[in-house]
Design a binder for this molecule. Structure first.
Ligand code: AMP
Length: 293
């Protein structure tokens, strides 16, 4: 039976019983509306940890005033079934007031990492992610936390946060799970109607085209970005937020490729139909394979 933990007391009791039994606690934070991408994180945790806990919390502080907080999909019963089905031991589903009690006023900023890319068009978003993840880590006190490489800038932010604040846990990045046609699974894909759903496949095709160009020897960032942009434009995606090739760990702008250069990652964000979609690919590797940046 999967334990349902709705408050921090129940969570603390569950955690203490795990500690008594011994073995690592693996943690998978989510906003629910679960799909196979989330489940891949649970499975990775299941393989590496004796105890696995997921959280479901639609975090208000990471949504902008004009974003989709109120219409973000919420499917708690289905989520619990899916989690139990992949052997998750416990799910923590706190109320907003438990995470942000009266009088809450602390901020977390990880900059410059979060100023650019998604941070540019979603001001405050990553501050909200940083603060909620810190609170969740402090409540759950996991040994290992699992994040999807799908949200690549978020993954690097978490790694930076954990290193900078000497948080006593390990962060693991899990490769992106995709539909058969390449579209990265996302809770927001359910905003896509039939025609927008077809156009949305251009993100992955654009990344593949850029990786192909990289493999053929192309080393000009502007050309690699153009290759991907062309695919998006040919598919009829006009609202391109960004297409950027960056240094894979720091997300810094690449001025020239040298021998010592770390891997380049291509990141993109577009608007299709009613959805803002993101995707990324490390150009120099198989999709996410063996990535432990
Ligand atoms: P979310 O519920 O969207 O906040 O996502 C929770 C976690 O699942 C994050 O670490 C995401 O990066 C991860 N995730 C979301 N979609 C995918 C996917 N398609 N493949 C792998 N991980 C994913």
């Amino acid at each position: 039976m999967m334990a349902l933990l709705t408050d921090s007391m129940a969570l603390a009791r569950w955690r203490d019983s795990c500690r008594q039994r011994g073995g690592a606690i693996g943690f998978v934070p989510t906003m629910g509306a679960l799909h196979a991408g989330h489940l891949a994180l649970i499975q990775a945790a299941r393989q590496q940890c004796a105890h696995v806990v997921a959280s479901i919390f639609v975090n208000p502080t990471q949504f902008g005033p004009n974003e989709d907080f109120s219409r973000y999909p919420r499917t708690p019963e289905a989520d619990r079934e899916l989690l139990a089905g992949v052997g998750c031991d416990a799910v923590y589903m706190p109320e907003v007031g438990e995470i942000y009690p009266e009088g809450f006023q602390t901020a977390i900023r990880v900059e410059p990492l979060t100023l650019d890319l998604c941070g540019r068009s979603r001001p405050g978003h990553f501050d909200g992610v940083g603060v909620v993840v810190t609170i969740l880590f402090n409540r759950v006190r996991p040994d290992v936390a699992f994040f999807g490489l799908k949200d690549y800038q978020q993954y690097q932010l978490i790694r930076r946060l954990v290193a900078d604040l000497a948080m006593p846990l390990r962060v693991v990045g899990v490769p992106t799970v995709r539909e058969a046609d390449g579209l990265a699974l996302s809770s927001r894909n359910r905003y896509l109607d039939g025609e927008a759903r077809v156009r949305a496949t251009a993100l992955y095709r654009g990344l593949l085209a850029a990786r192909q160009a990289w493999r053929a020897g192309e080393r000009q960032v502007a050309v690699l970005e153009r290759v991907a942009r062309d695919v998006l434009e040919r598919a009829g995606i006009e609202a391109v937020d960004y297409v950027a090739v960056r240094e894979a760990q720091t997300l810094r702008v690449i001025t020239s490729f040298t021998e010592s250069m770390a891997d380049p990652v291509m990141l993109m964000a577009v608007r299709v139909g009613g959805a803002r979609l993101i995707d990324n690919m490390v150009l120099s590797r198989e999709d996410g394979a063996g990535l432990s940046l």
